[in-house]
Design a protein around this ligand. Structure first.
Ligand code: NAP
Ligand code: MG
Length: 503
């Protein structure tokens, strides 16, 4: 049995250097504190493991001023693209160098196991930084044949487009994969020559703050990457309203995204919104169940279900319903819960006691609306924000557990038969972030990919993201894309130039 409460004695020195002390904001080249600090808690035991300044509008003003200065006055804005590329690669190397400490700190503040934090808050961010670094030298415009009919003959024009960085970006991120989220915001800003002010969630701010320091250590000029901590209602809102900000890149809930979208439209800021999800997974009767069962279990339970792409609605063909549910129950029951630093644990607690209460309330609502809990369904009889991996049978599309994003390890399973339209089932949601289908039939698979209203679709696997793949949602899941070439486009504006070269 793994421990259920973290012990800190065996932490690496790098993690000890970050934990158990106040961690100040990174603004320009300085660490900036405040009179008021917020405790950062370990959700395995409620211990305060560090504290961060409760930032204010004044801090936002200072950080935006530093970012505007770095953008307008160089050396960032005038640096060779190849030099920027090198600095971003250096940052990736520093993230990897400090990988042990970063993954430990992330495990302590977010409750996710070390294996998970190493993969998603160290390895994947390093990948994303390198991928975006490569773009720095490949951002280009076009030459275009122009010669409008209204001009008299004989006028010779040469026209081209430039892609220019949009300016200062505000990155606002949630707590579910904190360092990964921070890099998704910072890396494309750096690659395109933008500067950024990042606001992490106050629940999980510590690795983002360290990343801000690492950016300075890498040689990225002061003011290019600024990290301001505090609450969304104060720091987040101040960033959204700030006239010095040109683009807002937000990841979080649909309700906050809606507020941000309304506020940003006042000043016509560019926005990217990555919001909630209620992703369907469809198991056809011809699916290879040996592959499908572990894939759908991972689809919901990865990152404790605290994952915007979590496959929280599982539709299974009648012929294989019992078999698949039994297999998923088996997968759920084999997940070992334990303290995030214990290497024997497969899954830690949720991020906070509030999140635990929210998830348990959803499970109760599912039961009271008539679904049957067949795995998990409860907290552990122990302090800490634990929730057992939960599977519900015989859910219905009208239930809250099927309609609303839970953001926890809770799977609602439903049946369908040959007469049902799987696209109608999959699309019966306000969200459109992810979707997966399990089938051996190529036609079924590709018809699903075409017809499903989701920004990210997977066949015989769920939730694969890559730095090269644009990531974004349809419907209430968001607006715009991150990663891939889409992130480069959204951090740059096109400028058209026409030169009269008539001899
Ligand atoms: P959240 O409440 O929307 O918060 C996200 C961030 O926005 C936090 O930093 C938050 O600050 C800040 N914020 C809150 N109110 C704000 C305001 N009025 N103006 C500006 N910023 C504000 O979401 P969460 O509870 O942290 O995270 C869970 C949600 O994120 C889920 O709904 C999930 O689906 C979504 N998510 C989406 C994706 C995706 O890529 N699509 C990925 C991960 C998570 P505080 O620290 O004060 O809360
Ligand atoms: Mg919140």
């Amino acid at each position: 049995m793994p421990a259920l409460s973290n012990e800190y004695d065996n932490l690496s020195q790098g993690a000890k250097d970050i934990l158990f002390k106040p961690q100040d904001m990174v603004i320009g080249s300085e660490r900036v504190g405040d009179d008021v600090y917020i405790d950062v808690l370990d959700p395995t035991n409620g211990t305060a493991v560090a504290s961060i300044p409760e930032g204010t509008r004044q801090h936002v003003d200072k950080a935006v001023a530093a970012a505007v200065d770095a953008f307008e006055n160089g050396p960032w804005s005038t640096m060779r693209a190849g030099e920027r590329e090198k600095l971003i690669i250096k940052l990736a190397e520093l993230v990897e160098r400090d990988g042990q400490a970063l993954s430990e700190v992330e495990a302590v503040e977010s409750g996710r196991t070390l294996m998970n934090t190493k993969a998603f808050d160290v390895d994947f961010p390093a990948d994303c930084l390198r991928y975006m670094a490569g773009w720095a030298t490949k951002i280009s415009g076009k030459t275009l044949p122009v010669g409008p009919a209204y001009l008299p003959p004989g006028i010779d024009l040469f026209a081209y487009t430039l892609r220019e960085p949009v300016g200062v970006v505000a990155g606002i991120i949630p707590w579910n994969v904190p360092l990964c989220q921070a890099v998704w915001k910072i890396a494309p800003a750096l690659a395109t020559g933008c500067t950024i002010v990042l606001k992490p969630s106050e629940l999980t701010p510590l690795t983002a703050l360290r990343l801000g320091e690492l950016a300075l250590d890498a040689g990225i000029p002061p003011g290019v990457v600024n990290i301001v901590t505090g609450y969304g209602s104060e720091v987040g809102a101040a960033l959204v309203e700030h006239p010095g900000i040109s683009k807002i890149s937000f990841t979080g809930s649909t309700s906050v995204g809606r507020q941000i979208s309304a506020a940003a439209s006042e000043s016509f800021k560019k926005i990217t919104l990555e919001l909630g999800g209620k992703s369907p997974m469809i198991v056809m009767k011809d699916a290879n169940l040996e592959n499908a069962i572990p894939a759908v279990a991972l689809g919901i339970f990865a990152n404790h279900g605290q994952n915007c792409c979590a496959g929280s609605r599982l539709f299974i063909h009648d012929d294989v319903y019992e078999q698949v549910v039994e297999g998923v129950i088996n997968e759920a029951d084999n997940i070992v819960l334990g303290a995030s630093l214990d290497p024997e644990a497969h899954m830690g607690p949720l991020v906070s006691m509030a999140q635990q209460a929210r998830v348990l309330e959803y499970i109760d609502s599912g039961k009271s609306e008539g679904a049957e809990v067949v795995a998990g369904g409860e907290a552990l009889d122990h302090p800490g924000a634990y929730v057992k991996p939960t599977v519900l049978m015989n859910a219905r599309p009208d239930m809250r557990i099927v309609r609303e994003e839970i953001f926890g390890p809770v799977l609602a399973t439903m049946r369908f038969n040959d007469n049902d339209d799987i696209l109608a089932l999959a699309n019966d949601t306000e969200y459109g972030l992810g979707a997966s289908i399990y089938t051996e039939n190529l036609t079924t698979a590709h018809q699903f990919v075409r017809g499903v209203k989701a920004g990210n679709v997977w066949v015989n696997i769920h939730g694969i993201l890559d730095a090269a793949l644009p990531f974004g949602g349809m419907k209430n899941s968001g607006h715009g894309h991150e990663l891939g070439d889409a992130a480069i486009l959204s951090h740059t504006s096109s400028k058209s130039a026409v030169v009269n070269v008539t001899q």
